[in-house]
Design a protein around this ligand. Sequence first.
Ligand code: 13P
Length: 279
Amino acid sequence: MQISDHMKDAVEKGYALAAFNAPSFDAMSAIAKAAKVQDKPVIIQTSARLVKQHTADAVGQWFRTAKKIWGAQCYLHLDHCVDLALISDCIDAGWDMVMFDGSHFEIGKNIDLSQQVSAMAHRKGVAVEGEIGCIGGEEDGLSADANYANPDETARLVAEGGLDCIAVGFGNVHGDYETKANLRWDIYEAAYDVTGLPLVLHGGSGLTDAEFARAIRAKSAKVNISTDLKKAYVQALESAEMKGKILSAPSAVHDAIFESCFDVAGTYINKFNPTEGTL
Ligand code: 13P
């Protein structure tokens, strides 16, 4: 199945695909194993910075290797990106979906550039995520202030931008929520009605189960988790036992990272797409 068909299936059936920002091959492999163990699809996403560091060819190869080792149903996605050359590299290197984040531009420019990315991606069968309003906080070096989406602009971006799914800023932020999130559910819950497209919930770490359930009822087909996976990654590195092993047995450190990312990924995959019961 293509990723865009899978998101439509999720909207119809009332579940969401968990999408994790993987900072390394270890993390990708752990996420793929969690998807396999649960027999559920997952999205592995990369920051633009990770791709710049290692090249799209190398990161694409990590993904394909992780997917093959575990025989899991995984899709590869590029998270927030404004660099059209990098997006083009990822499309050529086999990504399933790319995000063009034009939320910092005025609406005309966001539409124009989203259209260009959609034309380029769709020629190669790759899906596109756009953004309207703005997700606050910081994600792998990119920071922004939260900004609420305007419903008319959301409708325009989707009608003219050729997108496959849309991230809508409604007070959600990347990273920890320092105070209780000031979420404008009226904006989020109206977004599917004005677009008819699967929604993408950003800033998943720190939201409550009730908030996830509400977002999935509002037709979120993809829910992004980055900070909680990175916390698991860092905790594995920082444990006293691992500190001692960094010099003597570095492969044990990789095993610890793998195990803790596997646990976090499994928990969220099942939370958004439960084996039993409803959300
Ligand atoms: P969190 O870091 O809050 O989980 O957000 C992840 C995200 O939305 C990545 O785009």
